[in-house]
Design a protein around this ligand. Structure first.
Ligand SMILES: Cc1ncc(COP(=O)(O)O)c(C=O)c1O
Length: 396
C-alpha cells in the first residue's frame, strides 16, 4: 500500500487562474491525436537562434572557474555597466550601475517579485486589462487586490487612468503597464507616458513600465522609454528582457533599471529567494548588449515581414486590420461575437493552427485572439491557407 501526505496546497494557489498556455497544450494534444500537424502561433517564444557572438562568449565563460561559484546577488559589475551603457546609447538616460541597475533571472522573475516587495494583503495594484499575466499574479500571490483598467479598442488600447475608483486609489501602491503591449500590440505616444507618470506622482505610486518589446518596432517607429521623461527616476522602474531582442528566452536573463530605492526593496526580496544569474549567462548577455545595431535591424525586418504576411492572411479572410507598429504579435477580433476560447479551440480542432484566446490575458481580452509571429513566412502562409480551406472567415 502506498501512503501519501495529507497537506492541502496553500490558499494562495487558489487565487490564481490557470496559465492560458497550459490549456492550449491540451487542445493541441487533442488535435495531434487526430493526426493534425499543428502550427503553433500561441506562445511568444522566439524561434530564431541566439546570435553566434553570444554563443561564443558563453562557451568561453562556461570554462571560467570564477563562474562556477555562487553568483553575486547584485549581478556582475561588468554586466550592470553594459546595461547602463546601452541605456545611455539607446535613450540618452544616465544610470548609476551600482544602484540603478538590477539584473534579473528573466524579467518575469522581477515583475512577480516586485509585487512581493511592496504589496501587503489588501493593498491594490493597478494594471490594464488585458495585460501580460505576470503583471497580475505577483500581487495575487502576495494577497493583494487588483484594480483593472480596461484597455479598449476605441481608445487604441490605451487605458484611461481616470476610471480607477477612489476606493482603489486609497489602497493603491503599485502600477504596472507595458507599451508596446503584449497582448494588444498597441503602442503609446510619449504624452501617454507623461500622463501615466503624472498620475503615479499624484498618488505616490511605485510605477513599473515593462519595455519587453523595446526593439521590436516597425516602419521606423521607436518606442519611448519611461525613464527618458524628466523626474521619472523618482517614481519609476523599467523592466527589460534579453529574451526577445537577442533570442535568449531559454537563457533566463533580463534586467530592471530606475529608482534606486525601489530596486533596493526588490533586491532584498531576491536575496531571500534566489542566488542571481549564472555568471556565464551574465557574460554572454554582456556580449549581446554590445552587438551592432545591424543585429536588431535584421530581427526587426524579419518580424515586420511576418507581420505583413499575417495581416494580409487575416484581411484576405475578411478582417480589416491595420498592421501593428510593434511587438511580435497580431491582436485580432474574434468573428461573429464568439467567445475567444471557443473560437481558438474550434480553429485548432479544424486546422491544427494554434492561437491564444484574448481572455487568457484578463476579461478585457474577451472577444480577441493573439497570433505570435514565431514561425517562418512559408508556415504562416500555410496557416492562413488552412483557415481558408476550413471556411473560417471574419464577420462582425
Ligand atoms: C510584456 C512581457 N514582459 C515580460 C515577459 C517575460 O520575459 P522574460 O523572458 O524576460 O521573463 C514577456 C514574455 O513574453 C512579455 O511579453
Amino acid at each position: 500500500m502506498t501512503t501519501t501526505h495529507t497537506a492541502a496546497p496553500a490558499d494562495r494557489l487558489g487565487l490564481i487562474p490557470p496559465y492560458a498556455t497550459a490549456q492550449l497544450e491540451i487542445l493541441r494534444a487533442h488535435a495531434e491525436a487526430k493526426g493534425l500537424v499543428c502550427i503553433d502561433l500561441g506562445i511568444g517564444s522566439p524561434d530564431q537562434p541566439t546570435p553566434p557572438e553570444v554563443l561564443e562568449a558563453m562557451q568561453r565563460a562556461v570554462a571560467d572557474p570564477a563562474n562556477h561559484r555562487y553568483p553575486n546577488f547584485k549581478g556582475k559589475l561588468a554586466f550592470r555597466k553594459a546595461i547602463a551603457d546601452w541605456y545611455g546609447r539607446r535613450y540618452g538616460v544616465e544610470l548609476d550601475a551600482e544602484t540603478e541597475v538590477l539584473p534579473l533571472i528573466g524579467s518575469k522573475e522581477g515583475l512577480a517579485k516586485l509585487a512581493m516587495a511592496f504589496i501587503n494583503p489588501g493593498d491594490v495594484t493597478i494594471t490594464p486589462d488585458p495585460s501580460y499575466p505576470v503583471h497580475h499574479r505577483g500581487t495575487l500571490l502576495a494577497g493583494g487586490r487588483l484594480s483593472l483598467v480596461q484597455a479598449r479598442a476605441e481608445r487604441d488600447f490605451l487605458p484611461d487612468w481616470s476610471e480607477i475608483p477612489q476606493a482603489d486609489l486609497e489602497r493603491a501602491k503599485l502600477m504596472f503597464y507595458n507599451f508596446p503591449s503584449n497582448p494588444t500590440a498597441a503602442v503609446a505616444p510619449r504624452s501617454f507616458h507623461e500622463e501615466t507618470l503624472d498620475f503615479a506622482k499624484r498618488h505616490g505610486l511605485v510605477l513599473a513600465h515593462d519595455l519587453a518589446y523595446a526593439e521590436l518596432a516597425f516602419d521606423g517607429y521607436r518606442p519611448t522609454s519611461l525613464l527618458e521623461l524628466p523626474g521619472a527616476k523618482n517614481y519609476a522602474v523599467e523592466f527589460h528582457t534579453m529574451s526577445k531582442t537577442y533570442n535568449m528566452a531559454g537563457w533566463r536573463v533580463g534586467f530592471v533599471v530606475g529608482n534606486a530605492k525601489i530596486l533596493h526593496e526588490l533586491y532584498r526580496i531576491k536575496t531571500n529567494m534566489d542566488y542571481g544569474i549564472f555568471g556565464a549567462i551574465q557574460d554572454a548577455a554582456t556580449a549581446a548588449l554590445a552587438l551592432p545595431q545591424k543585429h536588431a535591424d535584421d530581427l526587426i525586418a524579419l518580424y515586420q515581414r511576418r507581420r505583413d504576411v499575417v495581416v494580409a492572411g487575416l484581411n484576405r479572410l475578411g478582417w480589416n486590420l491595420t498592421p501593428p507598429k510593434a511587438t511580435m504579435y497580431v491582436w485580432a477580433p474574434v468573428p461573429g461575437g464568439a467567445k475567444a476560447y471557443d473560437f481558438v479551440a474550434d480553429v485548432i480542432d479544424r486546422t491544427g493552427v494554434v492561437f491564444t484566446p484574448g481572455s487568457g490575458f484578463g476579461a478585457g481580452g474577451e472577444g480577441f485572439f493573439r497570433i505570435s509571429l514565431v514561425a517562418p513566412e512559408a508556415t504562416l502562409v500555410e496557416a492562413f491557407d488552412r483557415l481558408d480551406k476550413a471556411g473560417i472567415r471574419f464577420a462582425p
